[in-house]
Design a protein around this ligand. Structure first.
Ligand code: ADP
Ligand code: ZN
Length: 528
């Protein structure tokens, strides 16, 4: 039971030591916990691994009644509850995976005051029975985990979260704590307004993860590049590799195994038992690599993940930061490595164009992609760019790829003009649109079968770009896309002009570009 505030603070430390076995609070945990124990509302923005769980678990143990935790991570509830029970915490959960009998049992425990924590899937609250059940018990607090799910402009919106505004209407005296690891200012604002938490105290931790080295490389042969990374820097380390499709998850896992790296696949297409087995192995074994779609990792607490690799471009900076944040929770040096190429941009544009939902939704997805591309093509410190995205200022980190081997910039105006005029000519003179491959073949003066078939060697622009190599041209296309000076559309990734392209063509705008610093990066690493 709660006594005075001073006593409550002491009690919180005692619970930290006695129940969780930790010596001291981290960061602002103490402040947050004291505030919530005292009955205040809190909005907590803290990066993955920052220690959000204790911020509601301890107040639930200190305050009288049951702490009700709303979480979308249904697949993890059993694990979370088991872990708490192993510590002697009386925890239970209610979600759609349970049968009636299991649910009844938990409900009875709740009503009898035999629970400290009750995990609840958000959709449960739309069932009037659940609401009535909560009414009949004593609630110490509501914790809204993964609170960014309430933000329609965020990257992980869940409609069920919108209904959570009812918590305050229905139980105005119960304190609420909303927590998230992904918070741009826009998302933060939406959490505050949608949950009606303007009067809450807001705890915004630094999102910096200084022990993670951020690196973004041009994608050539992703599987081989990954293997090189593992062999050179992370042999025998635990890691997570993210791929966009199930097929590439399977292929990549097999490729690693064939090359002597212990790896397992994880995606929604595997049967539940295999998935659970692979997840359990990852948590238990040392040095296993999980190759996964983004379905993997949310809420997974493995402190010694030494690297997170992305073989496909993530859809948003928020998602990327959350995924890379799963590396190095123990504070030891870790790597976040991303390989991205032109094809990623084409593929994602295609997905956006074909996505369900209205124009606003597509614009939102498009904005997320643009921010991700800008991060990839930046010549500035990756960390500065990442933190700026979350509204936090910082100086160059000295530990990311662009800090260690600053990319040189070059004036790409002329190549940009050449490329854009090729796109214009094809369209104006021939009424044709083509993808990057054909445009580059034309620029480089290659008489491929397809060039001859379309008579493209007769164009005046044929061969005007022989001064650059193919990889450089692909870089030009990528950067024009990232800068909004070129766009891709349709199923075949055809290139089209944007409104801003005209300025480049008319010579009114310069186009600075980044030179891939491959040699420089190797030199820097050899020195280090
Ligand atoms: P988040 O939910 O913010 O990603 P968690 O709550 O899962 O982070 O905590 C990350 C890890 O840090 C967990 O292993 C947790 O037990 C540990 N941890 C949290 N707070 C402390 C603390 N005060 N002292 C030591 N370890 C802590
Ligand atoms: Zn840096």
């Amino acid at each position: 039971g709660a006594s005075g505030t001073g006593g409550a603070a002491d009690e919180a430390v005692q619970v930290l030591r006695r129940v969780f076995g930790y010596d001291a609070f981290r960061g602002s945990q103490r402040e947050i916990i004291e505030h919530v124990v005292g009955g205040g509302d809190a909005v907590v923005l803290m990066p993955t691994g920052g220690g959000k769980s204790l911020c509601y678990q301890i107040p639930s143990l200190v305050r009288p009644g049951v702490g009700v935790v709303i979480s979308p991570l249904i697949a993890l509830m059993q694990d979370q509850v088991d872990a708490l029970r192993a510590l002697g915490v009386r925890a239970g959960f209610l979600n759609s995976t349970q049968d009636l009998e299991e649910r009844r049992l938990v409900e009875a425990e709740f009503l009898a005051g035999e629970l400290d924590l009750l995990y609840l899937a958000p959709e449960r609250l739309r069932v009037e029975q659940t609401v009535q059940l909560l009414d009949r018990g004593k609630i110490s607090l509501f914790a809204i985990d993964e609170a960014h799910c309430v933000a329609q402009w965020g990257h992980d919106f869940r409609p069920d979260y919108l209904a959570l505004s009812m918590l305050h209407d229905r139980w105005p005296d119960v304190p609420r704590i909303a927590l998230t690891a992904t918070a741009t200012e826009a998302t933060h604002g939406e959490i505050t307004s949608r949950l009606g938490m303007a009067d809450a105290r807001h705890f915004v931790a630094s999102f910096d993860r200084p022990n993670i080295q951020y690196r973004i490389a041009a994608k050539n042969e992703p599987k081989k590049q990954l293997l090189e990374l593992v062999r050179a820097e992370h042999a025998g380390d635990a890691g997570i590799v993210y791929c966009l499709s199930r097929a590439s998850v399977e292929k990549t896992a097999q490729f690693l195994v064939d090359n002597g790296v212990a790896a397992v696949p994880y995606h929604a297409g595997l049967d539940a038992r295999t998935r659970a087995g692979n997840q359990a192995r990852f948590l238990r074994e040392d040095g296993l690599v999980v190759v996964a779609t983004i379905a993997f990792g949310m809420g997974i607490d493995k402190p010694d993940v030494r690297f997170v690799a992305h073989l496909d471009l993530p859809k948003s900076v928020e998602g990327y930061y959350q995924e890379t944040g799963r590396a190095g929770r123990d504070g030891q040096p870790s790597t976040a490595w991303l390989a991205y190429g032109l094809q990623d941009v084409v593929q994602q544009r295609k997905m956006i164009d074909g996505s369900e939902g209205d124009d606003a939704h597509r614009r939102r997805l498009s904005g997320h992609l643009d921010a991700m591309l800008a991060l990839c093509e930046t010549v500035a410190c990756r960390r500065v760019r990442l933190l700026a995205y979350f509204g936090q200022d910082s100086g160059p980190c000295g530990n990311c790829d662009t800090c260690l081997a600053p990319p040189q910039t070059w004036d790409g105006t002329v190549p940009a003009q050449k490329l854009l005029s090729t796109v214009v000519r094809l369209q104006r003179e021939r009424g044709q649109k083509f993808g990057a491959g054909q445009i580059i073949d034309i620029l480089m003066g290659r008489k491929t079968a397809k060039v001859i078939q379309f008579d493209h060697d007769a164009l005046s622009v044929f061969g005007i770009g022989e001064d650059l190599r193919e990889a450089e041209w692909r870089g030009v296309v990528r950067q024009l896309l990232a800068q909004g000076l070129l766009a891709v559309e349709g199923d075949y990734g055809t290139l089209v002009l944007t409104e801003a392209s005209g300025e480049v063509l008319r010579g009114q705008r310069e186009v600075p570009m980044r030179r891939e610093p491959e040699k420089a990066a190797r030199a820097a690493k050899a020195k280090a």
